[in-house]
Design a protein around this ligand. Structure first.
Ligand code: NAD
Length: 501
């Protein structure tokens, strides 16, 4: 693209800063070109840590969505006709180019989300690159399944589904977008991405990378905007064949309602209210460290966070005291400081929601052990700050113990015996993940299997192997992504049965 122009459509409203690298006003990416959206509506993107305006994101419309879907449809046949190893090579090229921008990804993600820079590096930048690399490797290893009968052979062919809508949330922006884009295009689909309007910066960076490496036009398209203006029309578009959505459960319901009548292939990765179950025979030092990390990583804004901590009665007091000490030792403040453990919450609106749950916890009989107050580090008075908060004394039936808060707030609950631990853990509409902390690995596996979730970790948390299935049950979602499950979701399996002579 000509750096003198704001975008390839030749219009002028988009501003880029003088060196042309950092867009202040973002553009959509459609058919291999950066283009302005059709309307005049914009949303300010604010840095969560400071409240400063960071950029403006276009609020695209149905018309913009339609143009992106047309571009994706046009590109699909040629892209789908490439061999799987040719598409794997493209994923590696994207990974190489992202790798060259590792620091830029981390810095943009930290500014855009308010998360500490060390976390943005280790988790967001690292995984975004790893996702493309991993799926490139998996595609190359992918072998056609063959089932032999006495008198015939079945060949399973995995065809592209067509045009995919990929919709992502704000907590792990590029990490989650790349987790969808890589397997989707790897299996021969073309896509239209709709990242969260709150955190559009690294999605824009990914489009720059895709443009630089010269990916065929229309294979990956991106439409910025909010859920109502851009997300809903994308899901509803009659020429979209599949929808991969990660976000809140209530939004997931709307997406499912819209996609169902057209029988679109649908994957929903939704909210969670996960339990960390601590048995008396655990290694207390590593368990306290692990459960603090599970509770507060990314300010508790990870769908997998263990926000309900169930502790066996006999060590409840000891664990609680050690846990609260460890929480109070976390350093909260400037996300760009290497030493920071906790940054800001995504928005003022979200801070209000999380603070509302702390007030509700008090009404429900909860006792605050630490935190509970918005905290404003010096120099960051206009950001969205909340001290890490630990609450005890709530009934496991209370709303705060069962609903997703999605912030730096955890509740502690004593239990006696495995059965009670499992009953409390399952006492929620959600079923995403959990962790079990015990010195008895047989018990760890037994309790894990009794949990109504899609994933459980024993004596660890968020220890990810990209080959394994990822997803939830109950109100946490439908379907699985990850490894070969992603390849399965982003393709249509067709069986060809050939009768022998
Ligand atoms: P959200 O549901 O508000 O938004 C997610 C995305 O959907 C955004 O891009 C948004 O613009 C879009 N959207 C909103 N309304 C839409 C509609 N009607 N049709 C189509 N798209 C629409 O979620 P959020 O606040 O961005 O993210 C937080 C939620 O995401 C939490 O509940 C968290 O647990 C969940 N989450 C789940 C996973 C998982 O893998 N299960 C991972 C990360 C986050």
């Amino acid at each position: 693209m000509d750096s003198e122009k704001c975008c390839d459509s030749g219009c002028t409203p988009c501003e880029r800063d003088p060196d042309g690298k950092e867009p202040l006003d973002l553009c959509n990416y459609v058919g291999g070109e950066f283009v302005c959206h059709s309307g005049d509506d914009w949303m300010n993107v604010l840095e969560p840590a400071t409240g400063h305006r960071f950029a403006r994101v276009p609020l695209s419309s149905e018309e913009d969505v339609g143009a992106a879907v047309v571009a994706a449809r046009k590109a699909q046949p040629a892209w789908g006709a490439l061999s799987i190893s040719e598409r794997a090579d493209w994923l590696d090229r994207i990974a190489d180019s992202l790798e060259a921008r590792y620091e830029e990804i981390a810095s943009l993600e930290s500014r855009d989300t308010g998360k500490p820079i060390s976390l943005a590096r280790a988790v967001d930048a690292h995984r975004s690159i790893a996702n493309f690399r991993f799926f490139a490797g998996l595609l190359r290893e992918h072998e056609q399944e063959v089932f032999k009968m006495v008198d015939a052979t079945n060949f399973v062919i995995q065809k592209p589904v067509g045009v995919g809508a990929l919709i992502t949330p704000w907590n792990l922006p590029l990490y989650l977008l790349s987790w969808k884009v890589a397997p989707a295009i790897g299996m021969g689909n073309t896509v239209v991405c709709k990242p969260s309007e709150n955190t559009p910066m690294t999605a824009d960076l990914l489009m720059q990378v895709i443009d630089e490496v010269g990916l065929p036009a229309g294979v990956v398209n991106l439409v910025h905007g909010d859920g109502v203006g851009a997300g809903a029309p994308l899901v509803a578009h009659s020429d979209v064949d599949l929808v991969s959505f990660t976000g809140g459960t209530d939004t997931g319901k709307k997406v499912a309602t819209s996609a169902a009548p057209a029988f679109k292939k649908l994957s929903l990765e939704l909210g969670g209210k996960n339990a960390s179950i601590v048995f008396a025979d655990c290694d207390i030092d590593s368990t306290v460290a692990g459960v603090v990390r599970a509770g507060f990583l990314n300010q508790g804004q990870v769908c997998l966070c263990g926000s309900r901590i169930l502790v066996e009665e006999s060590i409840y007091d000891k664990f609680r005291d050690r846990f609260v000490d460890a929480v109070e030792e976390m350093r909260i403040g400037d996300p760009s400081d290497e030493a920071t453990d906790l940054g800001a919450l995504i928005s003022g609106e979200h801070l209000e929601k999380v603070s509302g749950y702390v007030e509700l916890a008090k009404q429900e009989g909860g006792v605050l052990l630490t935190g509970g107050e918005p905290c404003l580090p010096a120099g960051f008075e206009h950001g969205n700050w909340m001290a890490p908060t630990v609450i005890e004394g709530l009934s496991s039936d209370s709303r705060c113990s069962r609903e997703e808060i999605f912030g730096p707030v955890v509740t502690l609950h004593p239990f006696s015996g495995e059965d009670e631990a499992v009953t409390i853990a399952n006492n929620t509409r959600y079923g995403l993940a959990g962790s079990v902390w015990t010195g008895d690995l047989e018990r760890g596996k037994r309790v894990s299997e009794a949990l109504e979730t899609g994933m459980v970790w024993v004596n660890t948390w968020l220890h990810r192997d990209l080959r394994v299935p990822f997803g939830g049950v109950k109100d946490s979602g439908v379907g699985r992504e990850g490894g070969r499950w992603s390849l399965g979701f982003f393709s249509e399996a067709m069986n060809v049965c050939v009768k022998h002579d």
